[in-house]
Design a protein around this ligand. Structure first.
Ligand code: NAD
Ligand code: MG
Ligand code: MG
Ligand code: MG
Ligand code: MG
Length: 345
């Protein structure tokens, strides 16, 4: 553990997979996270049972990967450690129907995202440990990194510790799926949920796509060609983000031309100005007071009318059609990557 940061970070030496020697872990769901956690746990020598509905199309995949599959209820009954990796929107149903009736005192109830606990959609009994191990990466990378002896950074939080061992058990799990190889940051359910929702709404998903669309529209409306607008405002974003990912904003500024640097530094704050920051504070307040989550729960109960309409409008945006045509022209880039992967496999 290192304490140079404002929070604790745990590595392999801080965790012991044998903590889980007498336990069986039920991994509920075999999607992005579920397939990676289940296989990594299994490869790390932990007893795993996958919980999927009889009708689930993921059953054959889990069985082909050599794992035992039960119904969610039976998996929980067999297990002492329950990792909830079904979609956030169905977790409270799965909890009521399959988990709650089969939880026993001293079990661990674990999540990879704190939404349902933090906003009280799941209210666990007082006699179980409630933890979170959340890889900061999609599941296919959690699996690929593990197979390549690399790690995936993750978050760890303890919401309820009744056994006195909640943190050691969660750390053992984090080690077994490969997260402590890279580093596991300690957080709380509240911090993980609120910062995650804010990041995806304001910056990563909502903010970036809105910025890209506005930039594209500004160029096309001014008479520039859609193809050029697509490259300038969307395609090149990847090159810029890769530099930021490698070395922060400064690596990006140092790599682009001085003209780009001066133009960006003088114009950036005019584009994303104080009014945008005020909008961000509003969006954050709606997350903090639960308004966003209430809206999303009602939206799901109503059959997702707004969600479906917004998705359709996004699909209809001209940038999608232009991009599809251009990506076809540049398909050679992807074919090359596939060949490389096939060669290295
Ligand atoms: P997913 O949609 O990829 O997979 C869901 C799985 O659950 C599928 O196997 C599906 O068959 C199964 N499932 C769906 N409905 C079910 C039901 N009613 N009963 C039983 N099984 C059901 O989900 P995901 O993206 O892996 O997300 C799982 C959890 O991990 C969520 O809490 C999510 O917030 C969190 N998380 C996801 C990522 C990511 O990058 N995908 C990253 C960190 C955390
Ligand atoms: Mg049990
Ligand atoms: Mg999220
Ligand atoms: Mg340029
Ligand atoms: Mg420069």
């Amino acid at each position: 553990m290192t304490d140079e940061f404002t929070t604790d970070i745990y590595y392999d030496d801080d965790a012991d997979v044998s903590t889980l020697d007498d336990e069986t872990v039920a991994v509920l769901g075999y999607g992005s996270q579920g397939h990676a956690h289940a296989q990594n746990l299994d490869d790390s020598g932990v007893d795993v049972v996958v919980g999927l509905r009889e009708s689930s199309s993921s059953r054959s995949a889990a069985e082909a990967d050599g794992l035992t599959v039960e119904t969610p209820a039976d998996a929980v009954a067999q297990a002492s450690y329950v990792s909830v990796l079904v979609p956030d929107t169905v977790q409270s149903d799965v909890y009521e129907n399959a988990i709650k009736p089969n939880l026993e005192a001293g079990d661990t109830l674990q999540f990879a995202h704190g939404l349902n606990i933090h906003y009280s959609q799941i209210e666990p009994p007082a006699d179980v440990d409630v933890t979170m191990v959340a890889p900061k990466s999609p599941g296919h990378l959690v699996r690929r990194n593990y197979e390549n002896d690399e790690g995936t950074p993750g978050l760890l939080a303890v919401y309820q510790d009744t056994t006195g061992d909640a943190d050691d058990r969660a750390l053992a799990y984090a080690k077994a799926i490969g997260c402590t190889r890279a580093g596991v940051i300690e957080t709380t359910f509240q911090e993980e949920v609120e910062s995650d929702l804010f990041g995806e709404q304001a910056v990563l998903c909502g903010g970036v796509t809105a910025l890209v669309k506005h930039g594209y529209e500004a160029l096309v409306d001014a008479g520039y060609s859609p193809e050029i607008a697509y490259f300038e405002c969307l395609n090149e974003l990847k090159l810029i983000v890769d530099l930021m990912y490698e070395g922060g904003n400064m690596e990006m500024w140092n790599s682009v031309s001085d003209t780009a640097e001066y133009g960006g530094l003088t114009r950036g704050d005019r584009i994303v100005d104080d009014s945008v920051r005020e909008n961000m504070d509003e969006v954050l307040a709606e997350i903090q007071d639960g308004e966003f989550t209430r809206e999303w729960i009602l939206e799901n109960q109503a059959g997702r009318p707004s969600y479906n309409q917004l998705r359709a409008a996004e699909q209809d945006h001209e940038i999608e059609e232009v991009g599809e045509r251009l990506r076809d022209l540049f398909a050679w880039a992807e074919e090359d990557e596939t060949e490389d992967e096939a060669e290295s496999a």
